[in-house]
Design a protein around this ligand. Structure first.
Ligand SMILES: Cc1cc2nc3c(=O)[nH]c(=O)nc-3n(C[C@H](O)[C@H](O)[C@H](O)COP(=O)(O)OP(=O)(O)OC[C@H]3O[C@@H](n4cnc5c(N)ncnc54)[C@H](O)[C@@H]3O)c2cc1C
Ligand SMILES: NC(=O)c1ccc[n+]([C@@H]2O[C@H](COP(=O)([O-])OP(=O)(O)OC[C@H]3O[C@@H](n4cnc5c(N)ncnc54)[C@H](OP(=O)(O)O)[C@@H]3O)[C@@H](O)[C@H]2O)c1
Ligand SMILES: *[C@@H]1O[C@H](CO)[C@@H](O)[C@H](O)[C@H]1NC(C)=O
Ligand SMILES: *[C@@H]1O[C@H](CO)[C@@H](O)[C@H](O)[C@H]1NC(C)=O
Ligand SMILES: *[C@@H]1O[C@H](CO)[C@@H](O)[C@H](O)[C@H]1NC(C)=O
Length: 715
């Protein structure tokens, strides 16, 4: 995996390197040509040829001599430029020049040129070269610089966007890698500066508590709020983009090329925004991919990358919109718009702009949340259209090459996803309804498929109506008859999980077999393993990932350096324990202190019969209720709970909701040193734990406090 990651990085930078050397025109070395050509073209009172002669610039000897004289001003006649003109004249003016054209023309210039200011305006073609005043040549040189060097500069501004994100990734990965590489040093990092940074920048939600929990705005304006650190990054990005578009974009007064300062500036902005926007595309597509190597290099999770993806997309669309509006004004102004609109490059540009706008609207949280699959399908189709449109729009200008890394990262992601699916095979598994709202799947895995504690995988249920959907679920491991398997516990929601639920409810024993595809593993375990005390807090169905990670730490921690491990699980009813009973039993011989909070203990146990297997089968295989019904007639709820507690004597039970503020404070107080909180569950609960961990960073005992969120919310 790491090797793959390395190869991929190399590949990415190779492609990026190739594109940077692309075939688009750099104006830097030839800018003098354009400044002199402008000056000749915008001569008002003189002509070298009759107006019908379109090749005049190169074919007329006086025009050439004028050009040579203009080149020689301030010794701008470099060999490169002189040679370049040969190709330029052949391409655009149907004139084959000799290699030594400059020397001849310059000789003519020195012998016959007359000062422009000294001759009378005339309608007739003139038969001598012109010597421009140095003031005029400086002016035109500046005109060409501002217009054409803007293209060169825009490429560098585009590249600087990569630089910006590189810096962001380095800064964010520092905090991750120091925890991994220097765990002991990190624990001692409780000085005022570090604490201030962590308390006010890196850990908190943007404002108040909302992070996993969405911000409300009459449904349609609901949105996910970035963390404060993410928000700072995003704000800096906006500022950065504004700066790189604001600098260096003024036009000169009385610009002869565009007719006015206003139009010239419109054009400069149009060019800059267009070029910077296409440079954002590789990042945009990279950040959206599940197989983004940067996740492995930086320890930043998919959810955060998606947050950045959304903001880059917004910025990119704004740039594209400005680009399109400006060009429309420019073309309309020159009465070209109707004519140009028939050109594929123009209408595809327009299509891409509109598609980009639609994509922004179709991906609002409200639609993602309620019609995720539809959102995704439309999003992908639109993205293809956007890339195609952009390609046709920019290819003639030589910028098409920037799309190679864009398409490369996207295809790579898709290929790896297919590879992962094929590697796992499509096993036939038992799918079972356990408890009221939870579906359990036990999945045999290929031998070398790595179980990432706290990781997740995407599941395809191979059924005609929903095989194409892939849903992320965390997994934990189990061994079943000596075979290594992974288990997933899926809460019944409204989509596929609901279809499964209906299917299972109809099936005998609420169980069925089904072919599934697994794409994974994804995710990383948190650095909580390095803390002196790790508190894992799960709510409801958030338990599998939490359990998997804490067990991994318990198994691996060496006897000499044993960290304190605490597991807190908050559930609604006693009967919720049943589906995770086996796993809880397995905690018996570990050093994990487990507390289960039951928030609604009085809910009567309707499925008391299912409790009867407790204790009777230490291997923990839950017998189907049919099997046990006969023996359970005398069983009631209260009895069942008592039995449960007896069997799970290593688990501490509490009734009622935990007070998260108190819990966090107590855990820190009792900790022998640093404390790490890892949590997954209801978004409000997760946000609350983040909030209180953050508040306790500068505790009196100077103990290091860390917070890691396993919950990822992107829809
Ligand atoms: C990293 C991760 C790990 C998860 N692990 C678990 C787990 O172990 N157990 C568990 O019960 N749930 C888990 N979830 C949540 C689970 O993915 C969703 O509940 C499931 O996809 C809903 O499917 P549905 O079609 O029935 O839901 P719907 O009713 O269609 O949607 C319910 C909600 O689920 C979200 N959702 C739907 N489809 C997707 C998708 N393809 N990708 C991301 N989010 C989606 C949306 O927010 C939506 O509002 C996890 C989510 C993530 C992101
Ligand atoms: N990585 C991931 O993204 C990931 C992984 C796994 C699961 N999930 C998702 O996470 C969710 C798990 O939750 P669930 O639906 O099973 O149950 P839930 O609604 O989260 O409820 C679980 C328990 O948490 C309690 N609780 C809620 N808010 C609390 C708070 N602020 N403080 C203390 N306790 C609180 C509830 O108490 P009350 O009864 O008092 O409300 C309840 O007992 C699911 O939606 C699942 O799909 C996501
Ligand atoms: C540039 O022009 C000068 C004359 O002004 C000449 O001596 C020199 O050789 C020219 N350089 C090139 C590269 O042609
Ligand atoms: C023409 O202009 C040059 C400098 O631009 C100057 O040196 C020269 O004297 C001028 N010639 C005449 C005849 O005015
Ligand atoms: C999987 O679980 C078993 C116990 O069921 C454990 O012995 C084994 O080490 C676990 N494997 C991994 C990779 O976590």
């Amino acid at each position: 995996m790491k090797l793959l990651c390395l190869l991929y990085s190399l590949f990415f930078f190779f492609v990026a390197g190739v594109s940077a050397r692309g075939k688009f025109e750099w104006y830097g070395k030839t800018i003098t040509l354009y400044s002199c050509v402008y000056e000749i073209n915008y001569l008002k009172d003189f002509h070298f040829c009759p107006p019908t002669d379109r090749t005049c610039l190169c074919s007329n000897e006086n025009s050439r001599a004028t050009l040579a004289g203009c080149f020689a001003y301030k010794d701008r006649n470099s060999t490169y430029l002189v040679d370049y003109v040969v190709g330029y004249c052949a391409r655009y003016f149907e004139t084959e020049l000799e290699a030594n054209w400059f020397d001849k023309s310059y000789e003519r210039f020195t012998n016959y040129a007359r000062n422009q200011s000294e001759i009378e305006p005339t309608e007739e073609p003139i038969d001598f070269p012109l010597r421009f005043s140095s003031k005029d040549m400086d002016f035109y040189s500046e005109i060409a610089n501002r217009f054409l060097l803007n293209y060169d500069n825009s490429i560098w501004y585009g590249v600087s966007v990569f630089g910006f994100w590189l810096l962001v990734l380095i800064v964010s990965s520092i905090s991750y890698w120091t925890k991994v590489l220097f765990p002991t040093a990190t624990k001692r990092l409780v000085g005022p500066v570090a604490n201030f940074y962590r308390k006010h920048v890196s850990m908190p939600a943007l404002y108040g508590k909302n992070k996993a929990q969405e911000m409300r705005g009459f449904k349609v304006f609901d949105g996910l709020v970035p963390t404060r650190f993410e928000m700072i990054v995003i704000a800096l990005f906006y500022i950065f983009v504004i700066i790189i578009h604001a600098v260096n974009s003024r036009a000169l007064k009385g610009d002869p090329v565009f007719g006015s300062t206003y139009l010239a500036e419109l054009r400069y902005v149009a060019d800059r925004t267009g070029i910077v926007a296409i440079f954002m595309m590789p990042l945009l597509f990279l950040f959206a991919g599940r197989n983004n190597f940067l996740q492995w290099l930086t320890g930043i999770n998919y959810c955060t990358f998606l947050c950045y993806h959304r903001h880059i997309a917004r910025v990119m669309f704004m740039l594209v919109a400005i680009h399109s509006v400006n060009y429309t004004i420019l073309l309309v102004n020159r009465k070209y718009f109707g004519e140009e609109l028939r050109e594929p490059w123009l209408y595809w540009g327009l299509i891409a702009t509109i598609v980009g706008g639609i994509m922004l609207i179709q991906s609002i949280l409200y639609l993602r949340r309620n019609w995720y699959e539809l959102f995704l399908l439309v999003h992908i189709v639109m993205a293809v259209l956007y890339v195609v449109g952009t390609w046709i729009h920019i290819d003639d200008f030589g910028y098409g090459i920037i799309l190679y890394p864009t398409i490369a990262v996207w295809s790579f992601d898709r290929l790896v996803r297919i590879g992962r699916l094929l590697y796992f095979g499509f096993p036939e598994v038992n799918v079972k309804l356990v408890g009221d709202e939870t579906i359990k799947m036990c999945i045999p895995k290929p031998k070398h498929w790595k179980i990432i504690p706290g990781g997740h995988a995407f599941v395809h249920f191979i059924k005609p109506t929903y095989f194409w959907q892939s849903h992320p679920f965390t997994f934990t491991n189990c061994s079943d008859q000596g075979e290594d398997k992974i288990v997933m516990y899926m809460k019944v929601k409204g989509g596929v999980t609901h279809s499964l639920y209906k299917l299972l409810n109809k099936s005998p024993g609420k169980m069925t077999t089904m072919r599934i595809g697994i794409e994974g593993p994804y995710g990383e375990s948190t650095p909580a393993k390095y803390a002196d005390k790790a508190v894992f807090i799960a709510g409801g169905n958030g338990i599998p990932g939490i359990y998997s990670e804490i067990c991994d730490i318990a198994l691996r921690s060496s006897p000499e350096r044993k960290s304190v491990l605490k597991l807190v699980w908050v559930i609604r009813e006693y009967s919720s324990i049943l589906w995770f009973y086996d796993e809880l039993v397995r905690l018996k011989n570990t050093n994990i202190e487990t507390t289960v909070y039951v928030t609604r203990p009085d809910v009567s146990i309707t499925n008391a019969d299912e409790f009867t297997h407790i204790g009777s089968s230490q291997d923990g295989s839950i017998k189907s209720s049919e099997e046990t019904k006969s023996s359970s007639s005398s069983f009631d709820g209260a009895n069942a709970v008592g039995k449960l507690k007896e069997e799970l004597s290593h688990v501490h039970f509490e009734e009622g909701r935990p007070d998260m503020e108190q819990l966090v404070q107590d855990e820190i107080k009792e900790s022998p040193g640093s404390t790490a909180f890892v949590t997954c569950g209801h978004p409000i609960m997760v946000d609350e734990i983040r909030y209180h961990s953050c508040k306790n960073i500068d505790n009196e005992e100077k103990k290091r406090v860390d917070f890691f969120e396993q919950l990822q919310v992107w829809a």
